[in-house]
Every structure is written in C-alpha cells, then in structure tokens.
Design a binder for this molecule. Structure first.
Ligand SMILES: *Cc1c(COP(=O)(O)O)cnc(C)c1O
Length: 448
C-alpha cells in the first residue's frame, strides 16, 4: 500500500485538525507508516526529519525503546481504571516525582487528558477557590495579548490568537487582555530585559484596576509558542509573581508547551525563580506518546475545597481518562530518561549548535529576526527587513516553506510566516545542520 491509496481513503472519511480541508486538493496529505528517533517515514518510503516534535509533544524520538517497553509492561498489568475512588501505583509515583521536580510550594496533582482540559481545570479551580472563600465577585481572568491556552471555550477565552478565537467570540468569557512583553517589538537598542520590564506597567495597571474582580492571571512562561514563538525575559515573571501576591490574585503558569526542558530549564518558571499557584503541564509529559495532562496546585488551594461533603465545596470535575495508567507509565519512563541521560545538560550543547547552524541565516534579506530560548528557535520571515513589514497573510508564504521542506525531507510547520525549529532532544548536530539548511533555503525560495 502506498501514500495515494491511504490519502484517498482518509479524505473520504476524516476531518483533520487545524486544517482547511480544501487545501488537500493541492497540498498532499502524508500518511506515516513508522517513526524512528527524529525520523518519520511515509508509505512510499520517503523520510521526514520531525523538526517540530509532532506539534511539540515528542521529546525522545519516535518509537523510543525505553518508553515502548514501559507502556508494554504496564499494558500487561492494567490499562485503565477510573481515578475516582480508585488509584494505582503509576499515578502515585508520577505525582510524587512531578511535585518533587516542580517549583516549590506545589503539592497536589489533578489529572486530565489534554492541555486544554488542564487549563480549564486551573481556571475553574481558581474561580471555585474564591467562591469557597466567599469572594463571589471574583469572576474574571487576566491574560496576555498573543497568548494561546488551548481550544476549548474557557481556554479559548483567555487566549488571543484571532485566527482561532474570533469566530467564537460570542460564546466566550469576558477576559481582560494586557499587552504582551513580546520582545520582537522592543525598541532598537533596548534589551529583552528592559523591554519586558517596561511592558509590565500595563499588567500592574490591570491588576490594580481589577484586583477585586480577578481570579487569576494566566501566562505562558517565556515563550508564546502558538503566538508565533514570541519570547520575553524572565524579569516579567518575577514582577508578575510579586504583583499577584500584592493584589492577592492567583498566578497560573501554562507550561504545556514550554515545560520539560524546552526553554533550557526543566520548567520555564525556574528561570525567574518563581512558583505559580497553578502549573499546567501536558504535551511532553508523556514524551509525546499518550494524551495526559496535569494541573498542579498548592496546599492552600487544596485546603479551601477540603470540607464536610454537605458544605458542597468539592471540586467535582472529571474526565473519563484522568490519570490513565498507560500514559502515566510513559510519563515515568520520560522522567527516567531526563535523569539517566542528564538531558537538561545535554540540551545546552544542542541549543548552542542550533544557534550556530542558524546564525548565517541572519544575513538573509527576508529574515527580520532569529530568536531563541533553549530548544526553540524561530525565524521571522518578513516582506521588508528594514521596516519589518509582513507579507499579506493571503500569500501564505509559510505554506510554501512547509512544502519546500517536505520535498527536502524535513517536517517544518510554520506559524503564519514564522518558521521555527523545536526538535526532539535526540537530534544530533548533523541533523540540526540539515534543519538550518532546509529552513534557510525554504525561506529563500518562498521570498523570491
Ligand atoms: C498546546 C497548548 C495547549 C493546549 O493543549 P492541547 O493538548 O492541544 O489541548 C495549551 N496551552 C499551551 C501553551 C499550548 O501550547
């Protein structure tokens, strides 16, 4: 069986995520037969280097023997049991280990099955905490412009990517949006730190104005990934933590994309030396194997729900697959690899090499900026470098880069006109060089 047969069958019955299905009249769908390490292989035998970790989930390669083995062993014992009234060793051990690794003060794990669901949990828990405390007027959330927290209605409400949000506006919560500290917009001559610190003034104002009605501030620490990989300095998180304490508003850190080593530290919050009141994790939690997410929180928040049943203070939220044992086994194997292979340290060399391989692209006429935070590197493609004016979105230059890369054995999936590398941590220097070469050539071909 080849690609064409499967593509035809697929297009008869499937509706794909984040896709205008009509595009597949001209852009081929690619059926993948197998994955090994950083490589994916289709049914015609073509190989693609997975430069974006299959939507930022894969950390240690496809078909990783250690994770495969952990799942197979777990499947032989117990595939699933509901987590209400029941428990199992993988979910207990995973909770102990994640809490041990997470920023200080986080003491409880509440599980779900997707990043969006973890965000919904954080929002509901924060709101419900204030209800249980008798603060009934607290109903709103504060978030950043250009942020992304998922696609379910609550998560979409606190996000700000118009492409995903605008249509659904009438269905969404009233949200307070504050300008992002995104350093792409810094003034010439000012540093990331200066810019991010200066941008905090707007957050301070919003907190002051809404201190009595806000439940929480929600942010993506250091990198707004779906918002075209825009980045900011840890100083912003430090100022935010202090201000949230001052105004008595919760801080939710959405590390679904940036957690598990992406920014250079295990969690991005570490770089600001802060602890949030809620930490949302997903994506890389299982090494990119199975859907699992978790919302961590403090004992103070947990205690506000702990009461006699008749007080009706419990958090009665659930998902069928909460804390699935197979997913927990994959997550435990993933944490083992972090420890045994000293990944955070190893990644420093990979990140430095990624910077070096991409540095020459700085000279290219239509690349306005190369920015990097740890294992995420982004190339901002523009119509005019001096004025940084973008191409009209209708031209879909990013799609041209995508097609060029595929033809050259690399899976890149630009966000609009921003081409980025976010590879699995098992990539080697030679493969990083290939990514830089194909990204550069792809941008060159899309901009001539
Ligand atoms: C991907 C993502 C989500 C949503 O996770 P899903 O598993 O796709 O629901 C939420 N927040 C951030 C920062 C993300 O990158």
């Amino acid at each position: 069986m080849g690609n064409d047969t499967l593509t035809q069958r697929d297009l008869n019955v499937l509706w794909h995520p984040c896709t205008q299905m009509r595009d597949h009249e001209s852009v081929p769908l690619i059926p993948i037969k197998r994955g090994r390490g950083v490589w994916l292989q289709d049914y015609d035998g073509n190989r693609y280097l997975d430069a974006i970790s299959s939507w930022w989930v894969n950390l240690f390669g496809h078909a990783n023997p250690r994770i495969n083995n952990a799942i197979a062993q777990q499947a032989a014992d117990l595939e699933h049991v509901m987590l209400a009234g029941f428990t199992h060793e993988p979910v207990i051990t995973l909770s102990e280990r994640v809490l041990h690794l997470a920023p200080a003060g986080l003491r409880r794990c509440f599980y779900a099955d997707s990043g969006s669901a973890a965000v919904e949990i954080a929002l509901k828990m924060s709101f419900h905490y204030w209800q249980n405390q008798g603060c009934r007027e607290r109903t709103r959330f504060i978030s950043l412009s250009n942020s992304y927290h998922g696609e379910t209605l609550g998560a979409l409400s606190v996000g700000d990517v118009a492409l995903y949000k605008k249509t659904y506006q009438p269905l969404l919560l009233q949200n307070i949006t504050v300008p992002s500290p995104d350093c792409y917009h810094r003034e010439p001559g000012s540093s990331w730190e200066q810019h991010s610190a200066r941008m905090f003034a707007a957050m301070e104002q919003a907190l002051e104005r809404h201190a009595e009605t806000a439940c929480a501030v929600i942010v993506e620490p250091l990198v707004q990934c779906a918002g075209a990989m825009r980045m900011y300095h840890p100083i912003y998180l430090r100022l935010l933590r202090q201000a949230c304490d001052r105004y008595r508003v919760h801080l939710i850190a959405d590390e679904i994309a940036v957690g598990f080593g992406r920014t250079g530290s295990l969690f991005a919050c570490e770089q600001a030396d802060i602890s949030p009141d809620f930490l949302c994790l997903g994506k890389g939690l299982t090494g990119g194997y199975l859907p699992l997410s978790v919302c961590l929180t403090t004992d103070e928040i947990y205690q506000a729900f702990y009461a006699d049943y008749a007080e009706l203070k419990a958090f009665l939220h659930s998902h069928s697959y909460s804390g699935n044992p197979l997913a927990c086994a994959a997550a435990l194997a993933t944490l083992d690899i972090f420890e045994q292979d000293n990944i955070i340290e190893q990644n420093k060399a990979l990140a430095a090499h990624m910077a070096e391989s991409c540095a020459p692209l700085q000279e290219q006429a239509h690349i306005a900026e190369i920015r990097q935070t740890g294992m995420i590197l982004a190339l901002e493609m523009v119509a005019d470098k001096a004025s940084r004016s973008p191409y009209p979105w209708q031209e879909r230059r990013g799609l041209q880069v995508y097609r060029h890369a595929l033809a050259n054995g690399v899976l890149l999936r630009p966000l609009g006109d921003v081409v980025y590398l976010m590879p699995p941590y098992v990539i080697n220097f030679q493969e990083l060089d290939l990514l830089a070469k194909v990204a550069g050539e792809g941008i060159a071909s899309a901009t001539t």
